[in-house]
Design a binder for this molecule. Sequence first.
Ligand code: NAD
Length: 353
Amino acid sequence: MKIAVLPGDGIGPEIVAQAVKVLEALRTDGAKIEMETAPIGGAGYDAAGDPLPEATLALARDADAVLLGAVGGPQYDALDRPLRPERGLLRIRKELNLFANLRPALLYPELAGASSLKPEVVSGLDLMIVRELTGDVYFGQPRGIEIRNGERVGFNTMLYSESEVRRVAHVAFGIAMKRGKKLCSVEKANVLECSELWKEVMIEVSKDYPEVALTHMYVDNAAMQLIRAPKQFDTIVTGNIFGDILSDAASMLSGSIGMLPSASLDEHNKGMYEPIHGSAPDIAGKNLANPLATILSVAMMYRYTFADIATADRIENAVKQVIAQGLRTGDIWTEGTRRVSCSEMGDAVVKSL
Ligand code: NAD
């Protein structure tokens, strides 16, 4: 199994180093893994003048899976838009055709106190958001800023083809089948034609999955329900921009974005695995970051790309154990628990493993 390792910027190299420790421990146990590292984001710009250097893309294409840290940093904010780190991320997702983004939000019982909601509202939360990742208003044409009637106007195009909706629907129904068999499709069909088509296609695809109970919800209501009663949801499927916002809100239910992994899959379950958070420039280089989201991303890699459920469970159990032992990085630390650094947390997971 070939893994392209793309640490990126900010805390990216620190957290990816911990995930690599976990992979190396699995290799010592006999897992056949090859890893190769390449720059992306600001690091790609620094190395090759491009946030997604040709060589990095070639490595990612050739690999079975990609492990990514995070990209971005204030020193790159003044660059022309196509050269900015985030463009490297959007491009690699598009180039690898990673159209299905899986973002679990799971609450470890010991961290219920770290959530901004009351423990009884969130304890036992186990939610999966499937976000379409390569279409919608982020990619639709035309887009731009131009002068109309003597003033500047900015415009983007919300656009989905039925095949784009259908393929992400199949992924979402497949995941719902393996979970609680409940799928909620989130859109804004009362106002947007694009959402009207989304809803129609979801209903068509649901005929292939008679065991899954499909419901529909407008995105504004979904935002409210996620905060009011998040445990009503099992699996949510939604478009790119709605999913971007809702999955960040859902991440807060579980305490810290430092705990949450993600997977972005293509049609053949090849995937890119990354924590949902960014490059955290405020704590970069200080060995303070929480590496668990990145380590849990490796567990997702085993679950979805390598179809090795036993190893995925083993990694997740090792993380559960270090949490149960009371080890905490600063973002999830509470009175009475033991504050550890990024590398100490990585070492503890390897030991548990
Ligand atoms: P961020 O996720 O980097 O940070 C938000 C807050 O959460 C910060 O206070 C940070 O210290 C904290 N945080 C994030 N990850 C953490 C971790 N693992 N452990 C402990 N604390 C953690 O979001 P931001 O500040 O809005 O963005 C910073 C940079 O990251 C920007 O350049 C942005 O464009 C980029 N970004 C990249 C990605 C990505 O690579 N996928 C996603 C979001 C933002």
